[in-house]
Design a protein around this ligand. Structure first.
Ligand code: ANZ
Length: 846
């Protein structure tokens, strides 16, 4: 009998796998169909954690499943090994970020080996290897050639104390989250990738991911891209030659515009105020200073008190020639639309709040109480020809008094030729009018911003560009790539707002490739999201020294069939990868436009209802759990803990239960006489039914990632087998061997070491990981059936053999279609049917 020694079994089979390499993806001579299974690659900050344990377990289940189903599976692993944590750790300890990174990678590799994940270890990549990042540089230059990589000056968050740029998320209440100092906006010239050029495609192609990606992720991407459809409208400005254009989703409300608002931190505001009085300019400058300390996130918060400054300038409404005062206020953002809005306080809440704060007029132009469908209501006019509002209802809703903007649909009023139209028609008509008069046009605006990719940091891919003395910026010649990172020795990595690479004199000094004159390398490094935007392609030919990936391999393997990772990557990584894939498609490098055909977000592993974190001291350490329980117990316990997408509370995860189950499974295999011949189609029928039901159901369950249900089915089968061994026909019953083999193959998805051990005990040669899935015997799958009686006018005219679970509708349909019944009816119509599933159908004829 088998004592369950998890660690011994584990070590034995890991050695065998290392020797035979059974999980390496097949090459061109492999004629099996292909599947590309990928889990988001880890960042090497310290040891792996329980989130990784989940992530790589799930991808492994899927990879192993497809191998059993006869597929040539690619399941690679690599490391996302550039980035700030390495640099910060190095600064803290005065060490080399390289050493820290590669030590951690070695530790993580070891853990994943011990975890028994069926990776193709021949394809490992690290993004911090020059062999990898040289292709980031290639990609950068390709995008540059296409005009998709460019430099521009724009305001970014700047902490004067830490001397560094901060992400929006790192600014809390206007202060640096690290040191608490006030953050300012600073104009810096940075490199960008022009992701906005792909906004429409990134949005529209989400439709083809419906049903294959989590709905939540699709929605988050839609919101992030944030396409708005409306019009650009040009306003003349008194005393200024150029017009000011505003973007509006509601050109229908143009008659309700009562003032204009510009973003205080826009160039436009500065220009408008330049000719104003000293007093106005001072007030504006004071205001601007406060605004620059406010984060963009706060500025977009709806219910903040409204602040602003009148600029003493006026715009002219193109539709009715009205004079609109121009204000600067921080609820208008400099980099959205055109940084200016026509304010329609009656129908826009932010404008209304502002109008009420500064006593500006409010004019209702949409009667939201009027029905939108049906005939256009007759609008009553008073003696001056002004429409009379249905006082009783609309007056009650007066936004100036209630403080609630009327944002709903209705009929236009106070709007000249637009009067009586519904919102949709009025928008169309207004755009027509604007277009005809040359003062506006249909337009779209996006929330999506271009991707700022330069970082003033050391541990990243050097940007492969050269700044010449005469101010040109030219690519490093292709044959000089990669631009390698210099040694860290002698460099001070503490953030000083400029890249530490700028101080690496020997490194930064180069020559102008055209003139041979002295020049400087670009000292910035790339955002590490560039590295991860295309890594799934590098896995296809990871050792290719001549190109980033072999396009022929991409045709064969791409796109990724199954991608799994945390929901924290819902926007950035996935959006960037989608963008780069489309850019590569346009360059003719790949033949698909979406990188990941299906996506799953696994839940988090929490402890006692709380997210685990180092600072809370509630970390469950992967390596410790691995050492304590062994891989298979950990894997089964996690897989059984709940649905993939749900958070799992480690306090509820039963490693004891998993260990008992594995010992029971192993004991079943030990009890089977390995000498007896396999005689299929014989033995205990009840047990055979359970076995074949499992064969039949598991594929669907795995494809729906209901892994916990599969474990439950395995437990059921182990118990059923045990029962036959102990109290039924005994261990020599062929149905017992059949069940034991089924258990081994399916258990391989979850507990591959135990499964290999069982397989060997059953007298098979390795590896169970490559054993084929058996086709279920259909005769063993038929559900329990019952006999239903069909009566016509009280007489039994037929019987039907149906499933015990049949619905009344189905049963009635079957009865109506039955040949005997039709013959008995002989053309008479059925006036009434009474159905009591699954037993009786009773028809009454007229
Ligand atoms: C007039 C109007 C009337 C508007 C109305 C709305 C309702 P979304 O849908 O988010 O794209 N807007 C335009 N540029 C802006 C900026 N830089 N900062 C802040 N707000 C800006 O919002 C589009 C609407 O937001 C635009 O339509 C504009 O206000 C405002 F009853 O124009 B609207």
């Amino acid at each position: 009998s088998a004592a369950f020694d998890a660690h011994a079994i584990q070590a034995k089979w890991q050695r065998a796998w290392a020797d035979a390499d059974p999980f390496r993806a097949g090459g061109d001579d492999d004629k099996r169909p292909r599947k590309y299974v990928l889990a988001m690659f880890p960042y090497p900050s310290g040891d792996l954690h329980m989130g990784h344990a989940e992530n790589y377990l799930y991808s492994d289940i899927v990879a192993r499943f497809w191998r059993h189903r006869g597929y040539n599976v690619l399941h690679p692993i690599g490391w996302d090994s550039f980035g700030l944590p390495a640099e910060n750790a190095a600064i803290k300890r005065g060490a080399d970020p390289r050493a820290w990174t590669y030590d951690n990678i070695a530790q993580q590799k070891q853990s994943l080996h011990e975890y028994g994940v069926s990776f193709d270890w021949s394809r490992v990549l690290h993004t911090s290897d020059p062999e990898y990042y040289t292709w980031n540089q290639w990609l950068f230059q390709k995008l540059y050639e296409k005009g998709l990589a460019y430099r521009k000056e724009s305001p970014v968050n700047w902490c004067p104390h830490d001397q560094t740029v901060l992400a929006n998320e790192q600014v809390v209440d206007g202060r640096c989250e690290r040191c608490g100092n006030e953050v300012v906006k600073k104009k810096l010239t940075q490199w960008y990738f022009k992701i906005t050029e792909y906004a429409d495609r990134l949005l529209d192609d989400l439709n083809q991911l419906e049903g294959f990606w989590p709905q939540k992720v699709i929605q988050m991407q839609r919101n992030w891209i944030g396409r708005s459809v409306g019009a650009d409208i040009d306003f003349e400005i008194e005393g200024r030659a150029e017009t000011v254009t505003v973007f509006s989703t509601r050109p229908d409300t143009l008659h309700g515009a009562t003032f204009m608002v510009v973003a205080p931190d826009s160039d436009l505001a500065a220009e408008l105020v330049a000719d104003s009085s000293e007093e106005v300019r001072t007030r504006f400058q004071d205001y601007l200073q406060t605004v620059q300390k406010t984060s963009e996130i706060d500025r977009q918060t709806a219910d903040r008190p409204k602040t602003g400054v009148f600029l003493d300038r006026f715009a002219i409404n193109p539709i009715n020639g009205e004079r609109l005062p121009i204000w600067a206020a921080d609820y208008v953002l400099a980099d959205y639309g055109h940084g200016a809005v026509m304010a329609v306080p009656a129908h826009d809440q932010r404008d209304l709040d502002f109008a009420r704060a500064f006593d500006l007029p409010v004019r209702v132009v949409v009667d939201t109480t009027a029905p939108v469908t049906g005939a256009v209501p007759v609008i009553e006019l008073d003696e001056d020809g002004v429409p009379v509002m249905p006082a009783s209802e609309l007056d009650d809703l007066d936004p100036a008094r209630t403080g609630v903007a009327l944002t709903g649909d209705g009929r236009m009023i106070n709007s000249g030729a637009l009067d009586g139209l519904s919102k949709r028609n009025a928008i169309a008509r207004a755009i027509e009018q604007l277009t005809a008069s040359g003062t506006g046009r249909a337009a779209k605006t996006y929330r999506l911003r271009d991707w700022l990719i330069s970082r003033q940091r050391f541990w990243g891919t050097p940007i492969p560009m050269i700044h010449t003395e005469d101010g040109r910026i030219v690519p490093v010649p292709a044959d000089e790539l990669p631009v390698r990172l210099p040694s860290v020795e002698g460099l001070d990595l503490t953030p000083k707002g400029a890249s530490p690479l700028g101080a690496a004199t020997d490194w930064v000094t180069t020559t102008d490739p055209e003139t041979g004159e002295p020049a400087r390398r670009d000292p910035d490094t790339m955002d590490t999201f560039v590295d991860s935007s295309w890594y799934f392609l590098r896995f296809l030919s990871p050792n290719d020294a001549g190109q980033p990936f072999a396009p022929a391999e991409a045709d064969k393997w791409g796109p990724v069939d199954f991608y799994i990772g945390g929901v924290e990557h819902a926007i950035l990584h996935l959006l960037y990868a989608r963008f780069i894939t489309k850019a590569l498609f346009d360059m003719g490098q790949v033949e698909f436009t979406e990188p990941f055909s299906s996506l799953i977000n696994q839940g988090m592993v929490i402890l006692d209802g709380a997210k685990m974190s180092k600072s809370k001291g509630n970390l469950v350490l992967f390596q410790e759990e691995l050492e304590q329980h062994g891989a298979d117990v950990l894997r089964v316990a996690l897989a059984f803990a709940g649905p993939v997408e749900d958070d799992k509370d480690w306090a509820d995860v039963s490693t004891t239960g998993a260990a008992k189950f594995l010992a029971r499974a192993l004991r079943v295999a030990a009890d089977v006489d390995s000498e007896t011949d396999v005689v299929w189609a014989e033995g205990d029928t009840a047990l055979r039914r359970v076995t074949h039901r499992m064969w039949a159901d598991v594929p669907g369950l795995v494809e729906q990632t209901k892994f916990n249900v599969v474990v439950a089915r395995l437990m059921e089968l182990v118990n059923a087998t045990r029962k036959v061994i102990d109290t039924g026909a005994g261990a020599s019953d062929p149905a017992v061997r059949e069940a034991a083999e089924a258990i081994a193959v399916v258990l391989d998805l979850f507990a591959p070491h135990t499964a290999e051990e069982m397989w060997a005990m059953l007298g098979h040669r390795p590896f169970v990981g490559l054993a084929v899935w058996r086709q279920p015997d259909p005769t063993l799958l038929v559900e329990e059936s019952v006999t239903a009686v069909v009566q016509i006018d009280g007489k039994v005219r037929g019987t039907l053999s149906v499933s015990a679970k049949i619905s009344s509708d189905e049963l009635e349909a079957l009865a109506r279609a039955d040949e005997k019944v039709t013959r008995a009816l002989n053309g008479r119509a059925i006036a009434r049917a009474v159905v009591r599933a699954p037993k009786v159908v009773s028809f009454t004829t007229a």
